[in-house]
Every structure is written in structure tokens, then in C-alpha cells.
Design a protein around this ligand. Structure first.
Ligand SMILES: NC(=O)c1ccc[n+]([C@@H]2O[C@H](COP(=O)([O-])OP(=O)(O)OC[C@H]3O[C@@H](n4cnc5c(N)ncnc54)[C@H](OP(=O)(O)O)[C@@H]3O)[C@@H](O)[C@H]2O)c1
Length: 218
């Protein structure tokens, strides 16, 4: 399987690239900073330089040619303001989905966030509100497309070692944390289970082994 990962040098993306390479799949990490090529290659993936806030859908579609799946794992990240929540967390996902359609790549796993799908509450911090608004809009865009999408909403991410044990279900799942390593393992499992298409799933740490949890909702 050839999998193109938007945000290819992100923490989840690098973990996913290692998992995919380890099981014999080809991963391609899209990055905007050429200095990150070596890091992506060290994770066992190919790197392609593509700034998702500047590229056209046609240019991205060329990079997706021949791929079997797309994973959107980019994000403006901590320290960014409201405009970049819109230009990355929303618009870059929309760009990837549009390019996937043009390239004929049907499978699309989007990393969203718990909290998406509902308007931010009154008094919410402005940047958090922009983030949740952007993630919700990206989800809505993806659901409107003729793609085999799966939307994955992790809880608060940690860098703790993966446990391989999760709680994965349609919303609402009670809020919690989840190691990025377990998020990467879930994405890898979702790519193997086309029966999870057209589902929105929330993810926190739990008791179920990853493969069993993904299989049970397929
Ligand atoms: N933090 C949480 O608790 C939490 C909870 C739920 C969901 N999430 C979501 O989980 C996802 C992945 O998380 P993570 O921790 O792996 O994120 P991360 O380490 O911050 O990685 C995000 C990646 O996106 C890349 N990116 C940003 N702008 C780009 C652009 N214009 N073109 C190409 N790439 C670009 C960044 O590259 P640069 O190095 O160039 O900036 C970075 O490598 C994000 O969508 C995040 O919103 C986070």
C-alpha cells in the first residue's frame, strides 16, 4: 500500500511512517521544510516537499498519483494563531481531499480532534475556538466528498509510549488522553479496514487492543 501523509514530519506522522515501513507499506511524507527530508527518510518513508498553504490542488494531485490512501496528519501546532488554524487545520485538509479526488485516491483518513463537531462554547479561548472551528469545517468538507473517508478524533495527545490499548467509538467518548504512538497504530489499522469508511471515531486510551477495536467497528 502506498500512503501519502500530509504533515510528514509531524510527531504522529513519523510514528506512522515507521509502522508502515515496518509492515512493508510505502509511506510518502509531505513536508514544507526541506531540512526535514532526512528525518522522514530515517522513518522509512519517501519525502516530498510541498507547502500545503501554498500548493495548488493540481500540484498535490500529481504527488498523490498512484497512491492507495491519504492521511491528513498536518496541523498548525501549538504556538500558532487563529489564521494558521484556518490555513492548515481547515484549508490544507480541504486541499488534500480535493487533490485526492482529482488523483482518484479514494481512501482518506483525517486526523481531527475531540471537541470538533460542536461550536466552541461561550468564553472559549480565541485560538482554541479557531482550532475547533477549523477542524469542524475540515470534517464537514470531507463528509461532503465522494471519498472513502474516516475521521479520527483523538483526545489530548501525549508522547508516552504506546500501550496498544484504546477506546475507539463514534462520539461521544468521554474526554481523555492518548499516546501519539497509539494514534499512529490506529491509523495504520484503519487503513487496513475499508469497512471503517464514512465513520467519525473518537479515540482515547482504553482497554481494547487496537486491532480488535478497529475490527469491531468495521
Ligand atoms: N495536540 C493535541 O493534543 C491534539 C489532540 C487531538 C488532535 N490533534 C491533531 O493531531 C494532528 C497531528 O498531531 P501531531 O502532534 O503529530 O502534530 P505536529 O507534530 O505538530 O505535526 C504537524 C505537522 O504539520 C506540518 N505542517 C504545518 N503546516 C504545514 C504546511 N503548510 N505544509 C505542510 N506541512 C505542514 C508541520 O510541519 P512544520 O514542522 O513545517 O511546522 C508538522 O510537521 C494535528 O492535526 C493536530 O491538530 C492534536
Amino acid at each position: 500500500m502506498r500512503v501519502v501523509i500530509a504533515g510528514g514530519h509531524g510527531k504522529i506522522a513519523l510514528l506512522l511512517e515507521r509502522l508502515l515501513a515496518g509492515r512493508g507499506d510505502q509511506a510518502v511524507g509531505l513536508i514544507r521544510n526541506p531540512a526535514q527530508v532526512a528525518g522522514v527518510e530515517k522513518a522509512g518513508a519517501e519525502a516530498a516537499v510541498c507547502d500545503l498553504e501554498a500548493a495548488s490542488a493540481d500540484a498535490v494531485a500529481v504527488l498523490l498519483s498512484g497512491a492507495d490512501a491519504v492521511v491528513f496528519a498536518a496541523g498548525a501546532g501549538p504556538g500558532s494563531g487563529a489564521p494558521r488554524k484556518d490555513s492548515v487545520d481547515r484549508a490544507a485538509s480541504v486541499l488534500m481531499a480535493e487533490a485526492a479526488g482529482r488523483a482518484g485516491v479514494r481512501r482518506f483518513v483525517q486526523v481531527s480532534s475531540m471537541g470538533a463537531g460542536q461550536p466552541p462554547g461561550p468564553g472559549t479561548d480565541e485560538v482554541w475556538a479557531a482550532y475547533i472551528t477549523a477542524k469542524t469545517a475540515a470534517e464537514d468538507d470531507l463528509r461532503s466528498r465522494d471519498l472513502d473517508w474516516t475521521i479520527l478524533r483523538p483526545g489530548s495527545l501525549t508522547d508516552a509510549p504506546g500501550t496498544g490499548r484504546i477506546r475507539l467509538a463514534p462520539p461521544p467518548v468521554p474526554r481523555g488522553t492518548v499516546p501519539r504512538a497509539d494514534v499512529a497504530a490506529v491509523i495504520a489499522a484503519l487503513l487496513d479496514e475499508p469497512g471503517t469508511r464514512h465513520q467519525t471515531l473518537e479515540l482515547v486510551s482504553g482497554d481494547s487492543p487496537v486491532a480488535a477495536a478497529v475490527h469491531s467497528i468495521s
